[in-house]
Ligand binder design. Structure first.
Ligand SMILES: *[C@@H]1O[C@H](CO)[C@@H](O)[C@H](O)[C@H]1NC(C)=O
Ligand SMILES: *[C@@H]1O[C@H](CO)[C@@H](O)[C@H](O)[C@H]1NC(C)=O
Ligand SMILES: *[C@@H]1O[C@H](CO)[C@@H](O)[C@H](O)[C@H]1NC(C)=O
Length: 536
């Protein structure tokens, strides 16, 4: 069944109170669009896994995250989900670990691949670990972690790889419920002289050794995340090639992973560029299709969950306004939703390493003055938004047609509740038009009104908002102070106020349904979820 939604842009100042409160400085007139939505689940909606939302940590810095603050942020996400989230522990550093059972120190830096010694924080650094490093794998009791088997050195010295995997596995209690997967290597498309077939062959050799080492039996052997390719510019091969090379012929993989960075080159980092390259539904969906489309399709065809195990809006070198401001948060919302709608099974959002700015939070003070911490950064609430959209009961998602082809800034997604006979349960509405609230003289902030058709019998809807007064320029309370707050349904997460537990009363608008339609306002640089209220 089809019903129409229209997106009406209003000229404004107080006109559209039906859709909830409108900020004061709204006075931009927009075009009108019409879109369509099924009020019951269409056959091509994707059944979203309950653990869609996760986080990612760079291997060598795991112990920086082994603290109450980071545990609270993971628990804050866990509470919104029906199952434990996955924390991916991986990356370049973990692929080069040298394990020394006799070393006292948890971690020492022994140089760079080119023989250089300038280790500190260099992403190419080679670390030697002692057994106490694995204490880090005791973090996050209410999450499942992944363990990365080091494969960078070719051929992989199995004794080293197995000693490390064993150490991490034991710290995790040797409990398959606490480990999501053993990942076979990292970004093999960057290994020197390695083809997809070379990687597949070597990964299968490591896989067999890990199965023997951990004593995995029967279905318990289906425990491996493969590929973890980086499909950035000029990737030699991707997930589809690795699957074509036969890596999952033995059916012992449980996921195929890829890495995604929206902006991977240097830019001038202006607001215009942020709008064009990051806060753009068109840029996100085009990149997803051109670089990942074939791999997602191939994985789904093979019945293998496709995971974005390392993701960020920017690769690096950008100012913090790009790397950990609310613009990144809005990007993360639309990226997550667009991935769900295209059959991606999980997205890991970066917590990264303490020195990196492109993160959801900074775990401690070791990033120094350049990247101060501990701090929750502005993107973090995007993870909670996505988890609340997925919800606690199984659901299926479908991107909604906005009526105009490829609208650059607006997007809309429907979530159908499997347990309600596939009824429309929630609608996410995203307005990525860039509003920068720190400019003088002030920017004008526009608003879009989405007309959302609701299932029969629904008399009103609840609207929850991912909001910042400063729009895309908000840096979050911990970094930017009280003018830079980012709230999800009125709630906030902060190191200094709540150690990451979250605080504040839930704020939501109620919008009355008229003629089967709820008119919902979404200001520029804001995203909302519309919840269908149960009818009585
Ligand atoms: C693995 O074997 C190599 C070569 O014999 C040795 O140098 C290294 O210390 C061993 N590593 C471990 C963790 O046993
Ligand atoms: C917003 O405006 C301020 C002041 O002009 C500028 O420094 C900043 O880069 C702009 N963009 C963002 C996303 O903060
Ligand atoms: C921002 O958040 C802090 C911490 O919750 C709160 O004390 C303050 O009142 C908020 N500021 C504004 C302008 O809402």
């Amino acid at each position: 069944m089809y019903t129409s939604i229209s997106v009406v842009s209003l000229a404004l100042l107080g006109l559209a109170h039906a859709g909830g409160p409108i900020p004061q400085n709204i006075n931009v007139k927009r075009a009108t669009q019409t879109l369509k939505v099924d009020t019951t689940k269409p056959t091509d909606a994707f059944n979203v896994p309950a653990d869609f939302v996760g986080f990612g940590i760079e291997s060598a810095f795991l112990n920086n995250f082994h603290n109450a603050f980071s545990a609270n942020l993971v628990s804050s996400l866990r509470k919104r989900m029906s199952v434990p989230p996955v924390v991916r522990v991986g990356g370049t550093s973990g692929d080069r670990f040298v394990f020394d059972p006799a070393q006292k120190e948890a971690k020492t830096c022994i140089g760079l691949p080119d023989g250089g010694k300038d280790c500190q924080q260099n992403s190419e650094a080679i670390y030697r670990l002692g057994p106490s490093f694995c204490e880090g794998y005791k973090a996050f009791p209410d999450a499942r972690m992944s363990i990365q088997a080091p494969m960078q050195e070719s051929p992989t010295p199995l004794n080293n790889t197995l000693a490390f995997v064993r150490c991490a596995w034991d710290a995790r209690g040797g409990d398959a419920n606490k480990v999501a997967a053993v990942a076979l290597g990292n970004e093999p498309n960057f290994y020197k002289g390695t083809t997809a077939a070379d990687y597949a062959k070597e990964a299968l050799r490591v896989q067999k050794a890990v199965i023997d080492e951990l004593g995995l039996k029967g279905d318990g052997r289906k425990f491996f995340e493969v590929a973890n390719t980086a499909s950035n510019d000029n990737a030699k091969f991707g997930v589809a090639d690795v699957l074509n090379a036969g890596i999952n012929k033995n059916k012992l993989s449980n996921s195929a992973a890829d890495h995604y960075y929206q902006i991977s080159r240097k830019h001038d980092w202006t607001d215009d560029e942020m709008q064009k390259l990051m806060l753009s539904h068109r840029a996100i969906t085009e990149r997803l299709q051109t670089r990942y489309g074939a791999s997602i399709a191939k994985s789904r065809e093979a019945g293998l969950p496709f995971v974005m195990s390392e993701t960020a809006a920017v690769l690096g070198g950008a100012p913090l306004t790009f790397m950990s401001g609310f613009g990144y948060g809005l990007w993360a919302v639309d990226f997550g939703l667009a991935c769900m709608a295209r059959g991606v099974s999980r997205v890991a959002n970066l917590a990264g390493r303490p020195v990196a700015g492109r993160v959801f939070w900074v775990p401690d003070e070791t990033g120094g003055a350049k990247n101060p911490g501990p701090q929750v950064r502005a993107p973090y609430p995007a993870a909670i938004f996505l988890a609340d959209f997925v919800g606690k009961t199984p659901g299926a998602v479908k991107e909604l047609d906005l009526g105009v082809k490829d609208h650059p800034y607006l997007s809309a997604y429907a979530m159908y509740d499997a347990q309600q006979g596939g009824k429309l349960g929630r609608v996410a509405l995203v307005n990525m038009r860039l509003y920068n609230g720190t400019r003088t003289p002030g920017d004008k902030r526009g608003v879009e009104t989405f007309r959302v058709p609701v299932p029969q019998g629904v008399q009103s809807v609840k609207v929850r908002r991912l909001h910042a007064d400063h729009g895309a320029a908000a840096m979050g309370f911990d970094f930017g102070g009280r003018e830079h707050n980012v709230t999800w349904a009125g709630q906030q997460w902060s190191y200094s106020v709540d150690q990451g537990k979250g605080h504040g009363k839930v704020v939501e608008d109620e919008v009355k349904v008229q003629d089967g339609v709820a008119a919902v306002n979404v200001p520029d640089s804001e995203a909302v979820i519309v919840f269908m209220k149960k009818c009585h």
